[in-house]
Write a protein that binds this ligand. Sequence first.
Ligand code: NDP
Ligand code: MG
Length: 383
Amino acid sequence: MKQRIALLGSTGSIGRQTLDIVRENPDLFEIRTLSAHSNWEELARQAVAFDADSAVIADERHYDALRRALDGTSVKAYAGEEALRQVAGESQNDVVVNALVGYAGLRPTEAAILAGKKVALANKETLVAGGCRIMPLAAARKVPIVPIDSEHSAILQCLVGEQSPVRRLIITCSGGAFRDRPREELEHATVEEALRHPQWRMGAKITIDSATLVNKGFEVIEAHWLFGIPADRIAVVLHPQSIVHSMVEFRDGAIKAQLGEADMRTPIAYALGFPRRLEREVAPFSFADHPTLTFAEVDRVKYPALDIAYDCLRRGGTAGCTMNGANEVAVAAFLGHRCGYPAIVRCIEQVLSRASFSANPSFDDLAAADREARQLAAEYLNL
Ligand code: NDP
Ligand code: MG
């Protein structure tokens, strides 16, 4: 039987690459639902090409345009956040691929879990903001959450088949766009420079998060929630070549690593096929092309965001949610040329110092923490 997929965020970087995997495997997968935020043209094209049952545009202002574009086809058009949650929990799906960006991904993940659907999760903000609610819910409903993020996919691949507890998770880090630039020269870093990631082509938000290392901090939090390992047993190591996607160290001193070219279709295919591997026509890895793999400590002074994320993980409660909300506002402001690069992390620090804190938040408390963080960030940045 084919796996029926609801793909949330199908017009984005992960979304499009997920469609590549579906296209490669027409006997295994079938698209039921696709979604976008505002790109109704691409959404309509995808929905027709994959013969989807429905398409959801999150920004309701584009509903009419989407409906008109789908006129005369069998694809049903929906709009709004509530519709997104509904299609995530729809009974005909087998799996929900959450490739949304930002806090907007949290409630659709919850809806998928409540409906008992396997979740293939790219939207790390789900776990950064709401891991404390999402993971217990997934455990109670026995719903697998399979990571798409390459580091977490690597860790999962290292853990499969192991029975013994692990000593450490070791998350590799490319270093982002400013890896080779001295700290003193980051004051005036431009948007264009920050968007030039040395290894990966990704959406704008995560590319900026990679430049500040907020992304790596988020991945530490994500790893904690996915694998149940405390902060002091999750390490980050700089690995500029992005060939080792992450590692697990066991109690006997052995370390397992997962390697390969930097291509998100590999972890996407693994998440969709899990626990099996899909067959893909990928050229054999050439060690001759990658003769040197190097590892180094991350400069914690140059990249304060990493320690801020560790602090948030140790504090628990709404701290991660607050960090995420502040970061979303600051990154959007930076991308819109309304604040400088250093203001992103300063904004996060400021907001965390001023925001209220709840140790055991409900989903409503998380929504309130997200709202408060956004408001404080907007005040700090004079938006
Ligand atoms: P993109 O910005 O490329 O795509 C985001 C998708 O979500 C688009 O379909 C967009 O629609 C939609 N979207 C954006 N905002 C909203 C909203 N408020 N409500 C509903 N839908 C929305 O992001 P990426 O694909 O790069 O990233 C997706 C997630 O995967 C992120 O959490 C990221 O951290 C994670 N990730 C990404 C990797 C990558 O290689 N790209 C690697 C590892 C993790 P529209 O096109 O209409 O704007
Ligand atoms: Mg990653």
